[in-house]
Design a protein around this ligand. Structure first.
Ligand SMILES: Nc1nc2c(ncn2[C@@H]2O[C@H](COP(=O)(O)OP(=O)(O)O)[C@@H](O)[C@H]2O)c(=O)[nH]1
Ligand SMILES: [Mg+2]
Length: 441
């Protein structure tokens, strides 16, 4: 979630509510808010200025729509400009060599090793490559090699490492040889980072780049470090020369400005976004959904994509039907939870939903759901299907069995009943959708 900027821009939408037309005068506050928000989100001054100028031109120009409210229109223009700003480049990797070669670089803790494994997995999953080889060229710390090996094992990817070797160039050379023999069609080189950009690191990377002649040099940037990430992106690009960027830690309280500014200072595309520690948490960079997130409209596209990957459509339909008729039970709830779990942590999912960016403590949501799950698991089948009343004796037993408090069980039973009441009264879902979609801006 991109916190402050999102909140600011939502405020802007509200401030224009009730205005009939956009004019130089009534947008000046909104424009000022956007400018401040961008600067606060680490977008550099030059980019902000250009951005504001083009937003103003669009707002006051001919492209005024009559059908929507001024607030919606203003946000839409800012949104489209953000998409245009972030989406000018092609996010696809250009892998032309046989084998394809990717060199990862970035500061320590940016997420290089993790994204190396995630990327290998993703490329194979998408059928872009068949036998990727992860190469352990971070020889600064012995643990780095072990970390890559462990990740490789988890992802069922081959890892190339030489025990005890201190020279990354030797490892790289041997890996190329190995790949030729074993017919690996893609090599991803994990490299060492430093706390700050230094000469030794840059020299090492430059030599590695010269040796392996990569198709892609990907700079891995920790989005939560804001202007620091931007600064080091510029330095890596100047000294090593990069072909693209991967923005990581976007599941945290990352600021949007880093994405925009890194793009600006390197003039190289944002290729991927990292959204968590798990191997599945890497996606192609999507400027539209990033703009959606910045504006607090939720990462709907990605949510849909993940849902498609994991949820059995038929099952989902049945559940919807049950919710609509308010006949869903604890058992359904448990099934639903296990589907949601397949999609990743709740924290990630909730962050994608419209309006949830203001939700400060999403870790709590995960913990709360774990508790609810434990409670339902301690119910008998009859209880789960609501074939019997959950009398006090039963509740006490459930609390004991699930290691929770009686209060927790009572709370769940109460909110379950309330939810059912709510859905019973709901005439149809369409109306609810309308309420949720139309009311906000
Ligand atoms: N929350 C979150 N954690 C990540 C992400 N990518 C990597 N990590 C974690 O960040 C830490 C540093 O990552 P690592 O790959 O070791 O960074 P490196 O030093 O650049 O190789 C590890 O604990 C990773 O599990 C991400 O997208 N989101
Ligand atoms: Mg590493």
């Amino acid at each position: 979630m991109l916190g402050a900027l999102t909140e600011k821009l939502q405020g802007v939408g509200r401030s224009l509510m009730g205005k009939r037309k956009l004019s130089e005068k009534n947008i000046s506050d909104a424009v000022r808010e956007v400018r401040l928000a961008l600067l606060e989100a680490d977008v550099n001054y030059g980019v902000t200025k250009t951005f504001i100028k083009s937003v103003k031109e669009k707002v006051l120009g001919d492209e005024v729509l009559k059908a929507v409210s001024p607030g919606q229109q203003f946000i839409k223009i800012v949104h489209d400009e953000l998409v245009a700003l972030m989406g000018t480049n092609e996010p696809e990797l250009k892998l032309t060599k046989k084998p394809a070669i990717i060199l990862m670089c970035g500061l320590q803790g940016a997420g290089k090793t993790t994204q190396t494994a995630k990327l290998g997995r993703l490329l194979r999953k998408e059928g872009k490559v068949k036998r990727p080889l992860l190469v352990a060229c971070d020889l600064q710390r012995p643990a780095a090699v072990d970390q890559l090996k462990a990740l490789g094992k988890k992802a069922e990817l081959e890892v190339f490492a030489i025990e005890g070797e201190k020279d990354p160039l030797k490892v790289a050379k041997a890996a190329l040889k190995h790949a030729a023999k074993e017919q690996n069609d893609c090599l991803i080189f994990d490299t060492a980072g430093r706390l700050h950009v230094d000469e030794a690191l840059m020299t090492e990377l430059t030599k590695l780049k010269k040796l392996v002649q990569p198709d892609e040099v990907l700079f891995v940037a920790n989005a939560t470090t804001g202007q620091d990430a931007v600064k080091s992106a510029a330095e890596f690009h100047e000294k090593v020369g990069i072909s693209g960027n991967i923005l990581t830690m976007l599941d945290g309280s990352a600021r949007a400005g880093a994405a925009i500014s890194i793009l600006e200072v390197t003039q190289r595309p944002l290729k991927f976004e990292g959204h968590g520690e798990r191997l599945e948490d890497l996606r192609p960079f999507n400027p539209t959904s990033m703009a959606d997130r910045i504006l607090g409209m939720g990462d709907t596209i990605n949510l849909v994509r993940q849902a498609e990957e994991h949820i059995d459509e038929e099952q989902a339909k049945q559940l919807e039907e049950k919710i609509r008729k308010a006949t869903f039970t604890y058992e359904d709830y448990l099934n639903q939870m296990s589907m949601v779990k397949k999609m990743g942590s709740l924290k990630n999912l909730l962050g994608m939903l419209p309006g949830m960016s203001g939700f400060k403590d999403l870790d709590l949501a995960d913990a709360e759901f774990a508790k609810i799950e434990a409670i339902i698991l301690s119910m008998t089948v009859k209880e789960r299907r609501e074939d019997c009343e959950l009398i006090m004796g039963r509740r006490k037993r459930i609390a004991r069995g699930s290691g929770t408090k009686l209060d927790d069980v009572n709370r769940l039973v109460k909110s379950f009943k309330q939810a059912k009441q709510f859905f019973k009264k709901m005439p149809n879902m369409k109306r609810m959708e309308k309420m949720m979609m139309g009311g906000s801006l």
